[in-house]
Design a protein around this ligand. Sequence first.
Ligand code: NOJ
Length: 558
Amino acid sequence: MDARPTPPGRTPGAPAAATVDWWRSAVIYQVYIRSFKDSDGDGIGDLQGLRAELGHLAALGVDAVWINPFYTSPMVDAGYDVADHRDVDPSHGTLADFKELLSDAHALGLRVLVDIVPNHTSSQHAWFTEALQSPPGSAARARYHFHPGAGDDGAHPPNNWRSVFGGPAWTRVPAPDSGPHEWYLHLFTPGQPDLNWENPQVHAEFEDILRFWLDLGVDGFRIDVANAMIKAPGYPDMVDGPDPDDGSSPCWDRDDVHRIHQAWRHVLDSYPDQRIAVAEAWVPTVERLARYLRPDELHQAFNFDYLKADWSAAGLRRIIDDCLTGLAVVDTLPTWVLSNHDVVRHRSRFGDGETGLRRARAAALLMLALPGSAYIYQGDELGLPEVTDLPDAARQDPIWHHSAGAVRGRDGCRVPLPWYGDAPPFGFGPPDSTSPWLPQPAAWGDLAVAAQSIDPGSTLNLYRAALQLRRNYRGAREGRLTWRSSTDDAASGLLFFTRSDGLACAVNMGSAPHSVVTPGRRLLANGAVTEDADRTVLPPDTAVWWHVDIADREEVVG
Ligand code: NOJ
């Protein structure tokens, strides 16, 4: 049995009281396992690679890791097509490797979340293979969404639903004997058939999968497409236009999906030490998101409004306010995230070249100063840009293939990490390995972990310093935020707030310098600032943290 993790800074074996609601302010590092570190030289990252580099994450100062799927999979969607939920894909290692990883992570005080993919399985999952061999109307087909086609000969898809990756959301299959052909539903690729969550066997199976990983000692789950499991009876056509915000879409964010999350919460709560779940739920409003976070449902949900936001102080202030007030209704705090494995890296979203990097560094200080929990995507701490010039032949994202090359897809944010050295593969794998599964830019040497570790001004050292400081600000009403800048200031690029625990943050997203009063101890800035008595002048794309003494907190003015 695995020892529970001791958060960094605490003595192993110290009382668990300090870990109550650990997740509310946790910094969670996303490990995209294929691209983190390759231990066996096959060009694909694996669990032993991650295990070998846990020291990097402990030194960075995060509280937990979330690992993208590493289960047995034909990899038509980089592991989000799971063929066996209780085993590890050989390209990523073995179950024994996972146990060792978990034990080492816990010994370092790092909690571990794994991904669970309940909306669909792989088309190579034993259930789907059985369904294909079974006749229409069989119990095996009832675990998925099989349906006769439309039109006299059933040659058309049953409705107008589209796959997220392009093309119809239905694929026709031959009948196993002389019976009628049916279609099956897949909201993603044809290799990812949707499960039928009206079927009690599906519920029972997933509760068992949760328990399998919880029994091994994982600290929680990231739930893939947590808003899609329930489909409307009769599969009505989708209405054109934006996703409705009242639960009336036939397949997204339907109210009954919450029954599943409530049942899962029961399972999580039946284990000691606060095992958690975080929802990946792209929903249209904060109000709809809050429903996933009711006290008897999930602990966290990704904040995609923040993830999608442009480099705009006014826009970000609006989103921050909406999220804080919208989630207070269910007595929780938001999560914040700048990048993940599905979107263009924020360094490139926020601008080209050095401008993008400066903004990414300022954005990190802003995000890490906000009350709540933050997610860091691997490589954020290195300031990695999106790789936009991957050769077509190297691209692997199904979006690229399903759009016949019209949409570039997500490979550019998934390029393997640079660890050391001045030429690819930058220590991603051992010497003489097969080339990494996606090619790395030749110029990434300066961005490698080893190079940045010894550069005091590096992005890596900025993250390390910020995460270390952040540990001191976890008290006082969870850092309730008070704006010290106005909405007019935001229009000219300035955000400035103090927190009830004494942390203050100002960020200049405008094009001209801003001068703010910064009484107290200056802690950190992402670039050169000019200091004059109790004022600091922030050039564009700069953020500053300082400590405000309790007595001064109400006095601070911009
Ligand atoms: C969301 C995941 O983040 C994405 O990478 C995947 O393609 C889809 N869900 C389908 O599982």
